[in-house]
Design a protein. Structure first.
Length: 165
């Protein structure tokens, strides 16, 4: 919870630049997405990981925290892919979703590979996300947010397509 609160506070300044931020988005599984951040570069599903004083190593398939492996990368990719499918279906256009792991409190983060997930120091999140190239218009950012802020939309994650009903 401490890591989520830390990252959430760092995301707040993005709102002044037209970004939309949702915190603790509940999923049908009983879990949640720590943060869903919507801006010109797309949508970011952000997982906050609090590892005070730890040494973090990021490989192709695993994140090691003090040499112990965790499935953070696979979980983040899965969450982002499901979010992209859900939001694209509800919005009626392709919604690009990027997985992010924001590590809080680590002594050192070493990127040993480029795993398809952005792994960053949580302190830097408000600088890293806006640095990505823009792909969404302000109208599309607003449309995605209008859909994403409704709990009912997220309750449909992992269920059959609305179009198939």
């Amino acid at each position: 919870m401490e890591g989520e609160q830390f990252v959430g506070a760092r995301l707040e300044p993005l709102k002044a630049a037209g970004w939309r931020v949702l915190h603790g988005v509940p999923l049908p599984s009983g879990s949640d997405i720590d943060h869903v951040v919507i801006g010109p570069p797309g949508v970011f599903t952000v997982n906050s990981k609090h590892h005070p004083g730890a040494t973090i190593w990021v490989g192709d398939k695993v994140v090691k925290v003090n040499r112990n492996g965790f499935p953070y990368l696979e979980n983040s990719k899965f969450e982002a892919n499901r979010t992209a499918t859900l939001l694209s279906e509800w919005c009626g256009f392709e919604v690009p979703v990027h997985p992010v792991i924001a590590v809080v409190g680590a002594q050192k983060i070493t990127l040993g590979a480029t795993p398809g997930v952005t792994v960053i120091d949580g302190e830097q999140i408000a600088a890293v996300l806006p640095a990505q190239p823009a792909v969404l218009s302000p109208n599309r950012v607003d449309r995605i947010f209008t859909i994403a802020r409704h709990r009912h939309v997220w309750s449909q994650m992992g269920k059959r397509s609305r179009k198939a009903r």
